[in-house]
Design a protein around this ligand. Structure first.
Ligand SMILES: [Zn+2]
Ligand SMILES: [Zn+2]
Length: 419
């Protein structure tokens, strides 16, 4: 009797270290291999629950996209003995080393230790995969766009009469990036990063616009730390289209990545002409003189990265932190302990005399409660393993799934979900 099951080695019941071990009859695969982007947590909470036994038994690893919480534990997997293929889209492969190295720098800068050798990054055997249906080692495999970032995919397996979907990080609400509806799946590993919340993307954008306008009208400047790929590009285009008479400044990296993204036609919504995007009234920033100039002239400044940790982001932060008229708007998730989280902590603000206003306005790059429920229904799923959010936030979604006849699980400890 062949076995079919999925086990969360990280990701289910928590907002980090996505990593799922899947038994598909003869084959054993790993879906993503991420970290928790925090230094304060213990090693066992930062990395997935991998063992040398698992690492040396795998037939392959599939990556949904390039973010650290999905890939940065790959060198650890190599340390445990994995030398097989790591499948990902070509766009993900082009970015994945950058994200692994970013994680290594983050750990070293924080005085932490790595449970692997840095050179393991070069041991990984990345193999490009194409969108669409294909045969992989006797398994029918379908890959589609997940709308979360450039190169991000969902992964669908059909084998032995069983169907399994791994959504990866997913949204149908990207301005630029398109997402495909996956085929039917009896079992879904379902992303629900915004479980417990309902967010209307258009309302979120309007709130962002109003907040920028109000701050500038009151004589303040706005700092927008954004991940340059995907969400950052969407925000840049939106502000470029809607914000009048307010200077828009963007770090060169944000503009370069927006430019590169606009060239990737097969990942974008069809039938829209993005040519106008190249003529947006945005000033590029790449030197400290230009950065100072932007701060003198005022307006809104977009900088990598979304968690307010990059050198450029901190350059602006240092100059804005004692200005109560200025505002920093965080549009996505920020890990515990990073500057993008600290600016909201009252004790940190008092101790460090932080006067700049800090605000959270989420621009969706993930699924909220209704999105996750809708997708599970569209898939015709019988069971779903929820991931990318804390267990405490999943109660209402689990109830809604149950009411739709879908049994949901969400648990921190590795447990087998048979299908
Ligand atoms: Zn992601
Ligand atoms: Zn993620």
């Amino acid at each position: 009797m062949e076995e079919y099951w999925v086990m969360s080695l990280g990701g289910s019941g928590e907002d980090a270290r996505s990593c799922f071990l899947v038994r598909l009859g003869q084959r054993l695969v790993l879906l993503d291999c991420g970290v928790r982007r925090e230094l304060e947590a213990g090693q066992e909470r930062i990395y997935p629950a991998l063992t040398p036994q698992i690492a040396t038994s795998l037939d392959g690893v599939f990556l949904s996209h390039a973010h650290e919480d999905h890939v940065a534990a790959l060198p650890y997997l190599a340390e445990l003995g994995y030398r097989g293929p790591v499948y990902a889209t070509i766009q993900t492969i082009q970015m994945v080393k950058g994200f692994m190295n970013k994680w290594i720098r983050f750990v070293k800068a924080g005085g932490g230790t790595l449970p692997f050798r840095e050179e393991n990054v070069n041991l990984l055997d990345f193999c490009p995969v194409e969108l669409g249906s294909q045969n992989w080692k006797g398994i029918s495999l379908t890959l589609g766009r997940s709308g979360h970032m450039l190169g991000s995919i969902w992964i669908h397996f059909n084998v032995g009469g069983k169907t399994l979907l791994y959504t990866g990080d997913m949204t149908f609400d990207g301005q630029l990036l398109a997402a495909d509806l996956p085929p039917q799946a009896d079992t879904a590993i379902l992303e629900c990063a915004y479980a417990g919340r309902e967010l209307c993307q258009q309302t979120q954008y309007k709130t962002l616009l109003q907040s920028v306008k109000a701050t500038v009208a009151a004589g303040g400047r706005v700092l927008l730390p954004v991940p340059p790929n995907g969400r950052g590009c969407d925000i840049l285009l939106y502000l470029g289209q809607t914000l009048e008479n307010v200077p828009i400044w963007a770090e060169k990296d944000v503009l370069c990545q927006a430019d590169a993204l606009l060239k990737e036609q097969q990942w974008l919504h069809q039938g829209k002409d993005w040519g106008w995007a190249k003529n947006l009234p945005v000033h590029s920033l790449s030197s400290d003189e230009q950065r100072e100039q932007a701060l003198v002239e005022g307006g809104v400044i977009l900088t990598p990265d979304g968690m307010l940790t990059s050198k450029a982001a901190l350059f602006y932060y240092e100059r804005m932190k004692s200005c109560p008229a200025d505002q920093i708007i965080i549009t996505g998730h920020t890990s515990k302990g990073v500057m993008g989280s600290l600016i909201f902590k009252e004790d940190y603000r008092v101790k460090n005399r932080v006067a700049v206003q800090a605000k959270r306005i989420t621009i969706k790059a993930h699924q909220d409660e209704e999105d996750a429920l809708r997708l599970a229904k569209q898939l015709g799923a019988k069971q779903a393993m929820l991931f990318h959010t804390a267990q405490e936030s999943c109660g209402p979604l689990l109830q809604k799934l149950a009411a739709a006849g879908i049994s949901g699980v969400c648990r921190r400890s590795p447990g087998r979900l048979d299908f």
